[in-house]
Design a protein around this ligand. Sequence first.
Ligand code: ADP
Ligand code: ZN
Length: 216
Amino acid sequence: MSAIRLVMLGPPGSGKGTQAKFISRDNNIPQISTGDLLRAAINKDTEIGRRANEYMNTGNLVPDDIVLQLLKERLTQEDCQAGFILDGYPRNIIQAHDLEKICDIDLVINIDVDQGLIIERITGRRTCKKCEAIFHVKYHQPQREGICDKCGGPLYQREDDTEETVKKRLITYKNETIPLIEYYNQKKKLRTLVSDGTIEDMRQKVTHLLSTTFSF
Ligand code: ADP
Ligand code: ZN
């Protein structure tokens, strides 16, 4: 099988990270989340992390050059040879052009979700400090409150997962990321999946799409 290079597109809280993780595991390709890369840089208190922090906490996009630098470093690692799934990149047209200069993309999966659901999904979200696993206070509770099922790390609420910042992130998504839908549609790379059921329902839709697009 040749490499598959995927992009996950969707608003914050669409569950794209969750689905990207499934795709990653099922197809043995790394999930590359620019949000995770940025949070790792912040935790390590690197120069990039310090620059990125204020943008993230106010629901804005981190400047393109910073994210591109992180992405390039990640893509040169050995495990990306067999393909990858980009989760959260590109997020605007400039980034889409940047990406084109680095590599070809086979397919863009666009997750479409009712905006009304997003605020509740995100403000109830809890993230593992250690492994970035995601839980929800109502829809996906960990076995022990505040503790990650996967690695035992502490769960926390991301600073940008508050209602005010989520609203700003949705505006950012609308202004900057939505144009990518048309962009990839014109390139005949886009497939849209509506998220209106459970995580497992969505997983099946994604699996079906991949199996009909690529002949594994
Ligand atoms: P979500 O998709 O739920 O918003 P992410 O973890 O993907 O969560 O992103 C969190 C924040 O990280 C974004 O609001 C933004 O500030 C920053 N970020 C992530 N990816 C990018 C990117 N490709 N370009 C610019 N900023 C980014
Ligand atoms: Zn964990």
